[in-house]
Design a binder for this molecule. Structure first.
Ligand code: AHN
Ligand code: ZN
Length: 332
């Protein structure tokens, strides 16, 4: 539904309400008076989100300590700023399980920073240094482009930043691009545990960009651009932020995206949302693919060299972006 139509609808509802008050005779006695306040939600542009995904992938793999990573970080900060966000760059030296020090950068774009009513939106922006799930072993130490695994969530959030710049929601929003999520244990190594993943979110949760940071809830987007994904209510999201899951899946149903957002419990994902909840106490959900056949972890191209732009479907970006945008603009 476009903006004009929504405005029109709001007008019609207003007229219906006022004419019934003045006792208009064409208002049937038992017709219910519609008192719903219609919110005007700007249209999420899937093609724009796609371009934001491509904009990142064009730098090459965004592995910490590389030039592509540094350049992409600058690009993300500049885009947030261009759309009117107050940007905080959080630089940190984080030690990977391999011992390598990762020159990391969490990038936070705050809209209406003075507003006490807030929601946090997260995605990781780094890409994995190794395609260790690739069917060809020769690729197991090749860095991935991470079009879906990384860039998709960021692309959706940059498009939302564009909308926030055009039309303010009723609440403040922090868009938080997390670094060094995907440097976790290589399949050939002995597991270094869950803490080897999500280094940027662990750092941010211990050192939030604002003292006493206390948003209502968080939404993490991870791999939200694939070809036919299904998003189920993920285990830790359900455990820590059930009402947020409810809000998102209800909105998806209402908007006609029930085939993407299957309203059933899915698997458990080790992801940034766990650390955000456990360390910072912010109830946060993860919108992440789940394969009910159990054949794939997340999706077929996960951590393979095929996670490139061919792995991206604008319709998926559009579905996720539209749902989350509607959730944000409906906050009061
Ligand atoms: C697991 O390895 C199960 N989760 C890591 C989370 C992740 C990696 N998300 C994207 N890449
Ligand atoms: Zn990954």
């Amino acid at each position: 539904m476009n903006k004009k139509y929504l405005l029109l609808l709001a007008g019609v509802l207003y007229m219906a309400a006022t004419s019934s008050c003045s006792g208009s005779k064409n208002q049937s006695k038992d017709a219910p008076i519609v008192e719903t306040v219609q919110v005007v939600v700007p249209a999420f542009n899937a093609d724009s989100a796609y371009q934001y995904v491509k904009g990142q992938v064009d730098f090459g793999p965004r592995v910490p300590n590389t030039t592509a990573h540094q350049q992409c970080g600058d690009y993300l900060a500049a885009e947030l700023e261009r759309h009117g966000a107050v940007v905080t760059n959080q630089f940190a030296d984080l030690q990977a399980y391999t011992g390598t020090i990762l020159k990391s950068r969490n990038i936070i774009g705050s809209f209406q920073p003075e507003n006490k009513k807030r929601v946090a939106l997260f995605a990781h922006w780094d890409s994995r240094p190794w395609a260790d799930h690739d069917p060809d072993k020769a690729n197991h130490y090749t860095p991935i482009l991470g079009a879906n695994d990384g860039a998709s969530g960021v692309g959706v959030l940059l498009e939302m930043a564009r909308l926030f710049g055009e039309q303010e929601p009723n609440i403040g929003v922090d868009i938080i691009f997390l670094d060094s999520e995907d440097y976790g244990t290589h399949v050939n190594d002995e597991s270094a545990g869950e803490e080897s993943w999500c280094l940027g979110s662990q750092y941010w949760a211990r050192n939030p960009h604002v003292q006493g940071y206390n948003p209502r809830y968080g939404i993490l987007l991870d791999m939200v651009g694939g070809h036919q994904p299904t998003f189920y209510r993920e285990y830790f999201s359900e455990k820590n932020a059930r009402s947020v899951n409810r809000k998102v899946w209800d909105m998806a149903k209402k908007l006609g995206y029930g085939s993407f957002f299957v309203d059933e419990r899915g698997g458990a994902a080790t992801d940034d949302h766990i650390f955000i909840y456990d360390i910072a106490g912010i109830p946060t959900i993860d919108i992440i693919p789940h394969d009910p056949t159990g054949r794939y972890s997340f999706d077929a191209n996960w951590h393979t060299i095929k996670d490139d732009m061919d792995n991206i479907n604008p319709a998926t970006l559009g579905a996720v972006g539209t749902v989350v945008t509607n959730v944000i603009y409906n906050e009061k």
